[in-house]
Each structure stands twice: as C-alpha cells, then as structure tokens.
Write a protein that binds this ligand. Structure first.
Ligand code: NDP
Length: 332
C-alpha cells in the first residue's frame, strides 16, 4: 500500500472547505488507491465548527482517510504537508472593495508563507484559492523564498470548467467532448476566457468550437462575459458564493497537476510567469498548461491575435497594480 499523503486545507470550516474535505477523503483528488491524512486549519472563532467537520469526517468512515488533524495553530497545521490548499481568507462582502479584501488577506498569506516554509515537506505543492488568489500566491512566493516557484499556483480551474460547460451547453454536446479552452490572467473580472483553440468532438471528428458555434459575437462577447459573470450570478441565486464547484475545481487542479493532463489537452492554472506570450515575468498569471510527473509547463506556440493581446495585457496590468497594492498593504 502507498504511504499516506498529508493535505493541508486552510479555512476548512468554511463553505469551500466543507465541500472539499470529503472529496479529498473519497479519493477524488489523488485517486482511489491513495491514502490521505487531512490537516484542517481554521481560526479560533470557528474552532467549534472545525471540530464538527472533523467529527463528520470520522463518521463518514472514508476508507482512504488515515488521519485528521484539526487545529487553529498554523505551524502545527503545516507540519510535513505534501499538498496545501489555501482557502482561508476574508470573503469579499457587499460594499467591500478589492483593496479592503487585500488589506485583510495579504498579511495572512505573509504569515502562512513562513509557516509553510518552516514546516511543510520540502516538495510541498501549494494551491491558493482565497481571493485575491493570484496576488495571495505572489505574496506566498515572495515570503517563502525557499519553496520552489514551480510549487506555488492559484486556482483558475473553476473559470476553466465554467468555460467548458458554457460551450457544451451552447453546442449541446457532452462536456467531456469539449477541450482546450483557456483562461488567461487574473481570477477577477479582467480574466480572458479564450475559446480560439477550443475543439469539440462530433460524429464527424474533432472540430473547432468557433466554427461549430458559427457566431463570432457569441464567442467574442457573450461567452466571455458569461464565464466572467458566473460567480456573481451564483451569489445572486444562492446568496452565497460558489462552493461545491470551487471545491471540485480545486480537486481537478491538484489531480491534474500530480497525476497529469490527458494527452492532447491542457488546463488553466495560475502560475509564475516565465515571460511566455509577453507576460511580465514573475507575476502569477493564468496560462494554459500541460502537466506530467507533477510538473506543469506552459503550452507554447499558440497564435495570439490583436483582440486576445489586448485582453491578456489588460489582465496583466491589473495584476501588476494588485501586486504593488499588496506590498503597500504590508508596509502600512
Ligand atoms: P468560502 O469558503 O466560500 O471562500 C473562501 C475563499 O475562497 C474566499 O476568499 C473566496 O473569495 C475564495 N474563492 C476563490 N475563488 C472562489 C470561487 N470561484 N468561488 C467561491 N469562492 C472563491 O468562504 P467562507 O467564508 O465560508 O470560509 C472561509 C474560511 O476562512 C472560514 O472558515 C474562516 O474562518 C477562514 N478564515 C481564515 C482566516 C485566517 O486564516 N486568518 C481569516 C479569515 C477567514 P470571495 O469571497 O472573494 O469569493
């Protein structure tokens, strides 16, 4: 039998955490033969609720779940973890500006960077979900210099999955038959869902989504806006932000990173830019990536037209501004 993998979930008593922990314990993240030990972290005010989550996980008697550590001590939580899913953070409430959220969340990521650096396994892979996800990941990277940059990523997979399902609905094909959409940039309203390389399997073979849709206005406008606005629509409908789909996307992100992407397909991940596609190096930007043996690489050679260029640059500029703002939050 395989050794258990230790997985840290921060904000584990929150909405996404509550949906994610059972998915991990059922083997959805790492596969049906991989035992796991969950490290659940949350803050003192919700310690009672965290205890309840632990009790429910025990009661579910998951065969793969070999242990649960539930704690409010960040150093204890990070000990020996191989994977860290960072969900804990103040949510953006009505009337709050992104700047207010940053003031609250950026210092949390600075502190957690040190804890991970000191206590996590040296090859620990990190996924940041809490918003502003790209910039929180940037702060982690800056304040945990001994963690390899390749091991720090942020979640844009929910946007990617939304993009796939929007196309599947529009074309009335199974979602598994659609591939190679991608999300460029920030996990924010400037993200650019790009369907220019997307294909769908049809009875007569694989075809370009743009050709199948046969409506440029839909691809260049409605599709982009509906992927971008899906999160707000869910808040309107549920009076809460998306949780089960965010948890499922976090599982997909880690699964594909560790187990690998299927041949001929790519996924979107927020990773440290190496300057590919003219994106400013070192910012955490969402790119199309393929993964093999636990390593992601940015898909190269995609042709970028003027329309895409402008949208990719807008999101890059927003991230640069957010990065500077994050530093100013820390220096105040
Ligand atoms: P959720 O579990 O719903 O969301 C957690 C974080 O994920 C938020 O920052 C949210 O940002 C973000 N997020 C990123 N992408 C998505 C997405 N696609 N859909 C939804 N959310 C997304 O929040 P809860 O308030 O239920 O839980 C947060 C937990 O964090 C709580 O248990 C709380 O105790 C803990 N916490 C920990 C802190 C710390 O460690 N110091 C500080 C504050 C809270 P957004 O709201 O912008 O969508």
């Amino acid at each position: 039998p395989k050794d258990a993998v230790r997985i840290l979930v921060t904000g584990a008593a929150g909405q996404i955490g509550y949906a994610l922990a059972p998915m991990i314990a059922r083997g959805i993240m790492l596969g049906p033969d991989q035992p796991v030990i969950l490290h659940l972290l949350d803050i003192q005010p919700v310690a009672g609720s965290l205890k309840g989550v632990r009790m429910e996980l025990i009661d579910a008697a998951f065969p793969l779940l070999q242990g649960i550590l539930a704690t409010t001590d960040v150093n204890e939580a990070c000990k020996g973890v191989n994977i860290a899913v960072m969900i804990g953070g103040f949510p953006c409430k009505e009337g709050m500006e992104r700047r207010d959220v940053m003031h609250k969340n950026v210092p949390i990521f600075k502190a957690q960077a040190s804890a991970l650096e000191q206590h996590a396994a040296p090859d620990c892979k990190i996924l940041v979900v809490a918003n502003p996800a790209n910039t929180n990941a940037l702060i982690l990277k800056e304040f945990a210099p001994s963690i390899p940059v390749k091991n720090i990523t942020c979640l844009t997979r929910l946007d990617h999955n939304r993009a796939l399902s929007h196309i599947s609905e529009r074309l009335n094909v199974d979602v598994r038959d659609v591939k190679n959409v991608n999300i460029w940039g920030n996990h924010s309203s400037t993200q650019y869902p790009d369907a220019n390389y997307a294909t769908a399997a049809t009875d007569s073979g694989e075809k370009s989504v743009r050709e199948l849709v046969a409506d440029d206005h839909w691809i260049d406008s409605e599709y982009i806006n509906s992927v971008r606005e899906r999160g707000s629509e869910i808040i309107k409908a549920r009076k809460l932000s998306s949780a089960l789909s965010a948890a499922s996307a976090a599982c997909d992100h880690v699964h594909d990173w560790i187990i690998g992407t299927a041949k001929g397909t790519w996924v979107s991940m927020g990773v440290s830019s190496d300057g590919s596609y003219g994106i400013q190096p070192d910012i955490i930007y969402s790119f199309p990536v393929t993964c093999q043996k636990g390593e992601w690489s940015i898909v190269q050679g995609l042709k970028i037209n003027e329309f895409s260029r402008e949208k990719m640059d807008t999101s890059m500029k927003e991230l640069t501004r957010e990065g500077s703002l994050a530093y100013s939050c820390l220096n105040q």
